[in-house]
Design a protein. Structure first.
Lengths: 259, 262
């Protein structure tokens, strides 16, 4: 009697393992998350360390089914990214179920920069990214440009991307694209740190502190390792909040409670 | 052109030409001898798998600041004291591979001093002996040992002063360095000053301190006053790089320094 019980138990166990494996394979299709954007997102050359784009820590949070392919480049706007032939290879490589995370604005919005893109062209370029991603059955995600560190005299953070952030939101609404309002959420984070302490989030270095920046450095746009990781965490939380399929590919860690 | 003139021309041109070529060659050929920095120590120095991110040993960012003439071998291991590092046969293979001009960066103490962990604890006497062993055996191979006091834990008193957390064991490192004429990087003191500069509230930004739910790798959160995150590890690596310069080690010429702006 005991023996047959054991046998049926074994069978149920085996069955559940098989079902689990089938389920796991079906669920966990290999996907690529393409990041397209500017310097605030880009991978950095070692000589630029500790400047860190938020796409760098973003790599670490997914399970083995996800490849993060960070195509973001310093200094690029939507227009120059396309003109330099950086978008077409992404489209060519896109597979069904891949993601395209789109964060531009810093270089589009400055009229004195060579990368300047008019609001109308910015909108058209975002729509191009969205539509061409969808034509390959990939999932575009629009991200408003991450905040700069700029405070008014009362210690309140100031909006620095107002016009172009709104354009991103408009495209997201019009084409029904998942939106991560990183501009707003990063402003909240920077405000929480406050006018003085928020410099820890950005690439601030004293003279003589770091061999890569012997004169020191004060940068209110580009992040330190800390700031980049915090921004990546915001994006990650929004992936969960938006209920994107990608959320199921975030690494699950069973952390042990400290004794 | 006469033969004599030609000869004269050759004799002057050749050396002049060679002298002119030298700076060019120095770019093409690595004139610097290749050296390896062997790093021995504990969890505050070691490499971590990306699954533990943002947990970072200071040896990780440290490796990003040297030119191609330097190889970093980070042999530090979590939970190890001088005693177990030797007993587990982690030291002998390094000695076997040491070459003339190599460096050995030695940073222990966190586990040696932990009396509550008998499997880690090393008495002050044995700690001293083990440091001396690392030094003399390195020197026997014409390598350059560098002693590093254990990087501080984060501890502030009620007045907000960063306080010493390794008093006994750091003192031993300083004494041994002095006695054996070994370059010393007093990372314990330097890191205390760093924490002080950040202050008691902001120094937490350097450590593995994550709120529950903030980071998927640590869903329950973590409040660790010993181990560094990416940001903290880089700051500690910067202190060690500064120590290399302060000690005027030959190694400083191999640190990649971006040109100062005029």
């Amino acid at each position: 009697m005991k023996n047959s019980k054991d046998k049926s138990g074994l069978f149920i166990n085996l069955l559940s393992v098989v079902v689990f494996i089938l389920f796991a394979f079906q669920q966990k299709q290999k996907i690529t998350v393409y990041l397209i954007g500017d310097s605030t997102m880009a991978d950095k050359e070692v000589i630029a360390y500790p400047e860190t784009g938020w796409g760098m820590p973003f790599h670490y949070f997914f399970d083995s089914t996800v490849t993060v392919d960070n195509r973001a480049q310093n200094g690029r706007s939507t227009r120059t990214f396309i003109e330099e032939g950086r978008w077409q290879p992404v489209v060519n490589n896109l597979h069904e179920g891949d993601y395209v995370f789109i964060q531009f604005g810093h270089n589009d919005e400055v009229p004195t920069k060579k990368s300047y893109t008019t609001p109308a062209d910015f909108t058209a370029n975002l729509e191009k990214f969205v539509n061409e991603s969808r034509s390959k059955k990939a999932i575009p995600v629009l991200i408003t440009p991450v905040a700069r560190r700029k405070f008014d005299a009362n210690g309140k953070i100031e909006e620095t991307h107002a016009e172009y952030t709104q354009l991103v939101k408009d495209v997201a609404k019009k084409l029904n694209v998942p939106l991560i309002d990183l501009d707003k959420e990063s402003q909240e984070l920077v405000q929480q740190f406050g006018a003085a302490d928020s410099k820890y989030l950005y690439n601030y270095l004293d003279p003589g502190e770091n061999p890569h920046y012997p004169d020191g450095h004060k940068d209110d746009t580009h992040f330190s390792e800390l700031g980049a990781r915090k921004m990546a965490e915001i994006v990650l939380h929004d992936i969960v909040k938006l209920n994107l399929g990608l959320a199921s590919h975030i690494r699950v860690v069973h952390q042990q409670e400290k004794k | 052109m006469t033969k004599a003139k030609l000869k004269y021309g050759l004799f002057t041109c050749l050396p002049v030409g060679m002298v002119c070529l030298l700076p060019l060659l120095s770019f093409v050929l690595p004139l610097k001898k290749q050296v390896t920095i062997w790093m021995i120590g504990d969890s505050t120095m070691c490499q971590y798998d990306s699954a533990k991110f943002p947990l970072t040993g200071w040896g990780m960012p440290f490796a990003e600041y040297f030119d191609s003439s330097v190889t970093i071998e980070n042999e530090a291991k979590g939970g190890r004291c001088t005693r177990t590092f030797i007993a587990e046969n982690r030291w002998q293979p390094i000695i076997d591979n040491l070459k003339e001009g190599d460096y050995v960066f030695i940073q222990f103490g966190h586990n040696d001093e932990a009396k509550n962990y008998p499997d880690r604890y090393t008495t002050p006497e044995d700690y001293r002996k083990n440091l001396i062993k690392f030094i003399t055996e390195s020197k026997d191979k014409n390598a350059i040992p560098v002693l590093i006091t254990p990087v501080s834990r984060m501890k502030f008193d009620v007045a907000g002063n960063a306080v010493e957390t390794h008093a006994v064991y750091s003192k031993i490192v300083r004494e041994v360095a002095n006695e054996y004429k070994v370059p010393l990087i007093d990372l314990d003191q330097m890191s205390i000053q760093l924490f002080q500069k950040f202050g008691s509230k902001n120094a937490t930004l350097l450590f593995m301190q994550l709120d529950p739910g903030e980071n998927p790798d640590y869903p329950l959160g973590i409040y660790d006053n010993t181990h560094f995150n990416t940001y903290g590890a880089r700051h500690i690596a910067e202190l060690v790089l500064q120590g290399i310069k302060k000690d005027n080690l030959e190694l400083q010429d191999r640190i990649i320094e971006k040109k100062k702006k005029n």
